[in-house]
Design a protein around this ligand. Structure first.
Ligand code: MG
Length: 253
């Protein structure tokens, strides 16, 4: 129990201390540099038009619903997927398709739809994939009431990172990925300098938050980086299921 005189002294000391702080604060405000001293005017960000329901004005449109001209098959020949109703769809057995252009760091927007008619389960239901640089897969799968291993469900960085949540819509509904991809960096001698990184929004929900890629996507065993070009095509997987894509665009970072 504190005695009354001691409590009085403690309160008085605290009051004196707080007054001192306030005075110091005032003095500091007077001495501080003008607000302009911390304003930075250069560079001025470029103006980008961002209309609703359309790609930003500085985006490279890779698929607008009308043609597969920006894409080829693995051999560099005409992409064998079909186009109907503004969407391109995996034609089973025609193989993966990849962009004719190559990219490094990108912001990627892509919309996808798994078949409304549910067939198969686990990894066999609506499986496809978005491969950055032809090797780093963000899994596309019908993960609506379809349990599989967590690091293989929709929005996983396949066999590397489990999505933070399952934001899947029902089969047959359009869904979106908005991806920020930072490519890995390699030294001249081929050693890894910095791993790749991925941020993914699934239907607007953050599911991968700047995760570190462990290496290229592999089905069996541990991933291992191997030096590659600083720009490579974007690839979409043919996993035998008629998954559709639309509104595909990238912004180079
Ligand atoms: Mg896949």
């Amino acid at each position: 129990m504190t005695s009354r005189p001691f409590r009085f002294l403690a309160v008085a000391a605290a009051a004196i201390f707080l007054t001192g702080c306030a005075n110091n604060g005032q003095l500091r405000a007077q001495d501080a540099p003008p607000p302009e001293a911390t304003e930075i005017w250069e560079p001025e960000p470029a103006v980008v038009a961002a209309p609703p329901d359309a790609p930003p004005s500085d985006a490279v449109v890779l698929f607008d619903g009308s043609s597969l001209d920006a894409w080829s098959n693995a051999k560099g020949e005409r992409a064998g997927w079909s186009i109907t109703g503004g969407a391109m769809t995996v034609t089973r057995g025609s193989g993966a398709i990849k962009t004719r252009d190559s990219f490094g760091d990108v912001q990627l927007h892509i919309e996808w739809r798994t078949p409304k008619e549910v067939a198969g389960d686990g990894q066999g239901r609506g499986n496809s994939g978005v491969f950055l640089m032809e090797r780093y897969e963000v899994q596309v799968l019908d993960s609506y009431n379809n349990r599989t291993y967590s690091n293989g469900q929709a929005g996983s960085v396949y066999k590397q990172h489990i999505p933070l949540v399952n934001a899947s819509r029902a089969p047959g509904e359009w869904q979106s990925y908005d991806i920020v991809f930072i490519a890995p960096r390699f030294r001249a001698d081929g050693e890894l300098e910095a791993p790749g990184r991925l941020t993914v929004f699934h239907n607007g929900v953050l599911i991968q938050n700047n995760v570190e890629l462990q290496g290229p996507t592999v089905y069996r065993g541990e991933p291992k980086y191997e030096m590659h070009a600083s720009r490579l095509p974007l690839m979409l997987q043919d996993h035998g299921n008629p998954v559709s894509y639309r509104n595909v665009w990238v912004r180079e970072l």
